[in-house]
Design a protein around this ligand. Structure first.
Ligand code: HEC
Length: 265
């Protein structure tokens, strides 16, 4: 899923209610063995040596951690990655200009699409609500961070032991949690295909069809969220909703040179 505004996300993975710090998430990816992702388990010294041997990287670590004799440490690597991720802030879309008072920022179709998005008929906003379009949100002033994991009936329920898409049941071991996933942010969603935790829906049209049918696995899913009950859209309404989702694309964020490949310049 997109990393836009990930610093405001109170839970980081599709299906792990415990993982709430970017530093921990980075460690899992780099050093984890189930599954192996970056494959650095047991190779911390190699990793730190490689970073120290690169003069440009070593100089940046010295600048970032000036009070340390040995600035390149595993902890600092994780902190550096997490700090970079917290800088990935995207609030410059036409939708943001619209809510800030520029009535021209959204087309009529996009405004109609927004009305549909926040309607009780379509229910999208219950799970994709708030400034990040996700109900998994952390911000100043909260007593406790919000998070939600939901069954959208993307797959038919299966016995826990056989489930190919366990959702948070992988952690909780509760049968009713099979297929329960995080509602990801919808910011810049038009440019982050394919969709869902396994990329099984290729386009936003396919995502809308999934919700129109009350989930791809549809009726009869016992754990399906009450907010995924299906609805009927006219072709015009479907186009309006898609053009509203387009209004969440933030060109400033997508073309910010600070996020370009630093080695590719
Ligand atoms: C009950 C909560 C809930 C409701 C209601 C809901 N969603 Fe979702 N949405 C989710 C969850 C959970 C996922 C991830 C599911 C998965 O990966 O299996 C998701 C995924 C998505 C994705 C794919 C995101 C990505 O990065 O892959 C899009 C797009 C989306 N929803 C749009 C909508 C729209 C539009 C509506 C209203 C018609 C809607 N959602 C209603 C919970 C919800």
């Amino acid at each position: 899923m997109s990393l836009a505004n990930v610093g405001y996300s109170s839970r980081l993975a599709w299906a792990n209610p415990l993982l709430d710090r970017l530093e921990h998430q980075a460690a899992i990816v780099i050093f984890g063995e189930e599954p192996v992702e970056m494959g650095m388990a047991g190779l911390q010294d190699v990793l730190l040596q490689r970073l120290s041997d690169d003069p440009a990287t070593a100089a940046r670590f010295e600048a970032a951690f000036p009070d340390h004799d040995r600035p390149v440490t595993t902890l600092h690597v994780l902190q550096a990655i997490a700090s970079f991720e917290r800088s990935l802030v995207s609030f410059g879309s036409p939708y943001d200009r619209f809510v800030a008072g520029d009535g021209e920022a959204l087309s009529d179709a996009q405004q109609r699409g927004h009305e549909l998005f926040v309607s009780e008929r379509l229910e999208c906003f219950h799970c994709h609500g708030g400034p990040t379009f996700s109900d998994t949100l952390r911000h100043d002033g909260q007593l406790v961070s919000e998070f939600g994991f939901h069954v959208t009936a993307l797959y038919a329920p299966e016995v826990l032991a056989d489930a190919a898409h366990p959702g948070i049941a992988e952690i909780t071991r509760r049968e009713e949690d099979v297929g329960r996933f995080k509602a990801p942010t919808l910011r810049n969603i038009a440019v982050t295909a394919p969709y869902m935790h396994d990329g099984s829906l290729p386009t936003l049209e396919a995502v809308l069809h999934h919700y129109e049918h009350g989930g791809r696995a549809g009726e009869g899913h016992p754990a399906r969220s009450e907010f995924v009950s299906g609805f009927i859209l006219t072709d015009q309404e479907r186009r309006d909703l898609l053009s509203f989702l387009d209004a969440l694309t933030d060109p400033t964020f997508l073309t910010d040179p600070r996020y370009a490949d630093p080695l590719g310049q």
